[in-house]
Design a protein around this ligand. Structure first.
Ligand code: NAD
Ligand code: UDX
Length: 481
């Protein structure tokens, strides 16, 4: 039979937490236990203040927690009892050694596999939920079978990549475009596929559950992220051309998006894409291509990351050149630090690179974000960006830069005394603020650099602001410099 009685998930992060909570809510007869080595995180999942901010998450967790959803650090007990184990640990870019800066670091994954092997007394289905390089399943299978003491225990590996986006995780999980499950093309592989399909079939329509071979599922995840990021880099490249020619990138995006072959989504020009996935997964894809001798394919995808770096740099240069080629000693209000709205996540947020660029030119950054804790901002801005670039961390003089950063708890005090406002995250609340009130409290000429094109630029110009909007005809003031 297809019945699954108990699911365990290793990794209680942005993916493990929400995805297991939705499974528990939709499948009241399955016990779901989310495990982590990080005790603080588990404590937070068991408290009133969940460790991540995600619209709708509290409702789901509070409805299922204690009923059939549990958060625990007792890996031995729960992994031992589970018949299906999801692995949703982090797979960051490797920081040192071969492939540093590109390859995926599978240390956590391997650790999880060793843990499973050590405690398994019955056969298990092990599900790759983390994003991993193609062929990881093969490596994991070796670690599992060679480390398990009981020869009767069998492991079947499935790839079930997660496509949720942060900020919309609960609706993405509840109404997924598709659920993708890859498995081995053997009788036991097919049986495992059917079992996992049975779990999702509790709420996902049959025609949205795709079953493929293992490698297709692994590669489809990397490809989906690469293609999505590529759309953003393409439109961001065009935004630079718009500024140089007088075209308006929003009009261009709208016009091309009406072509049903292109479609309207993911064509919003921005200061750059961020988040824990896009850059990491493209670099990982490039590394996989290179490892199999496909340098041209690797070079092709790498340009998506290079264009994103260019876009962030271009934004910084526009701010500095617009403000008379110097921001030294000037207070700049940074509106938004998270990598997108409706999340408190700052991993790879463009705000880090933009703030660093401005700080390096001597600016003082006052940062406001409704969901990011000040300690997180300081951690992000002070940590070396790439360990492989700066093996000894920041120098003394660079540390000094941190004294120029201030975290502010409301947008009006953030703007007060500033020369400019830079919008770096598209939070809805930024659209409804009283900009006339802010203008009065700012140094003149007062600038707005809208890195997300969410504000009413004509209204701001009427108030008196000098406005820079991405990919739009330049404010005459900025052209003259
Ligand atoms: P995360 O860092 O938020 O969570 C990972 C968790 O795993 C951490 O809490 C960590 O303590 C825990 N962990 C690591 N090793 C462990 C071990 N041996 N035992 C128990 N716990 C362990 O990461 P995330 O954002 O949830 O991403 C997880 C995976 O999902 C990554 O591969 C990522 O690429 C992929 N993914 C992420 C997203 C997203 O939006 N964040 C979307 C789709 C896929
Ligand atoms: C992404 C994928 O969308 C998701 O399917 C995958 O599972 C994980 O990676 P996420 O990074 O959470 O999700 O958010 P996403 O909405 O994709 O945004 C990523 C970045 O691109 C953000 O910085 C966002 O602001 C930016 N973006 C998005 C744009 O700049 N323009 C757009 O049109 C869309």
């Amino acid at each position: 039979t297809n019945t699954v009685k108990k699911i365990a998930c290793i990794g209680a992060g942005y993916v493990g937490g929400p995805s297991m909570a939705v499974i528990a809510l939709q499948c009241p007869n399955i016990e779901v236990v989310v495990l982590d080595i990080n005790e603080e995180r588990i404590k937070a999942w068991n408290s009133d203040k969940l460790p991540i901010y995600e619209p709708g998450l509290e409702e789901v967790v509070f409805a299922a927690r204690g009923r059939n959803l549990f958060f625990s650090t007792d890996t031995t007990k729960h992994l031992g009892e589970a018949d299906v184990i999801f692995v949703s640990v982090n797979t960051p870019t490797k920081m040192s050694g071969i492939g540093a800066g590109r390859a995926a670091d599978l240390t956590y994954w391997e650790g999880a596999a060793r843990m499973i092997a050590a405690v398994s007394k019955s056969s298990k289905i092990v599900v790759e939920k983390s994003t991993v390089p193609v062929k990881t399943a093969e490596a994991i299978a070796k670690v599992l079978t060679r480390n398990c003491v009981d020869p009767n225990v069998k492991f079947e590996i499935l790839s079930n990549p997660e496509f949720l986006a942060e900020g919309t995780a609960i609706s993405d999980l509840t109404k997924p475009d598709r659920v993708l499950i890859g498995g081995q093309e053997t009788p036991t592989g097919r049986a495992a596929l059917e079992k996992l399909k049975w779990v999702y079939a509790h709420w996902v329509p049959d025609n949205r559950i795709l079953m493929t071979n293992l490698w297709s599922a692994e590669l489809a995840k990397l490809t989906a992220n690469a293609m999505l990021a590529q759309r953003i880099s393409s439109v961001n490249a065009i935004s630079a051309l718009c500024e140089a020619t007088g075209a308006d990138v929003s009009q261009v995006s709208y016009a091309i998006g009406m072509d049903s072959r292109i479609g309207p989504k993911f064509l919003q020009a921005s200061v750059g894409f961020g988040g824990s996935c896009f850059q990491k997964d493209i670099l990982n894809l490039c590394y996989v291509c290179e490892s199999v001798g496909l340098k041209e394919v690797s070079d092709y995808w790498y340009t998506v990351v290079a264009m994103n770096d260019y876009q962030k740099q271009r934004f910084v240069e526009r701010v500095i050149s617009g403000m008379f080629n110097t921001v030294a000693g000037k207070r700049i209000a940074i509106f938004g630090f998270a990598f997108k709205k409706d999340t408190g996540d700052t991993r790879e947020t463009p705000a880090i690179d933009v703030c660093r660029g401005l700080l390096a030119d001597g600016a003082k950054c006052a940062v406001y974000d409704p969901q990011v804790a000040p300690i997180q901002m300081f951690r992000d801005l002070s940590a070396p960006k790439y360990a492989w670039d700066r093996p000894h961390g920041w120098t003394k003089s660079e540390n000094h830069i941190m004294e120029s950063v201030q975290a502010v708890s409301d947008p009006y005090s953030c703007a007060a005394g500033s020369h400019a406002i830079c919008v770096l995250t598209e939070w809805d609340e930024f659209k409804g603020l009283d900009y006339a009130k802010m203008y009065d409290s700012m140094v003149k000429p007062a600038f707005v650099f809208d890195g997300r094109n969410i504000l009413d630029h004509d209204a701001l110009r009427k108030i008196g602001f000098v406005v820079y909007a991405l990919g739009k005809p330049l404010d005459p003031f900025l052209v003259r410099g």
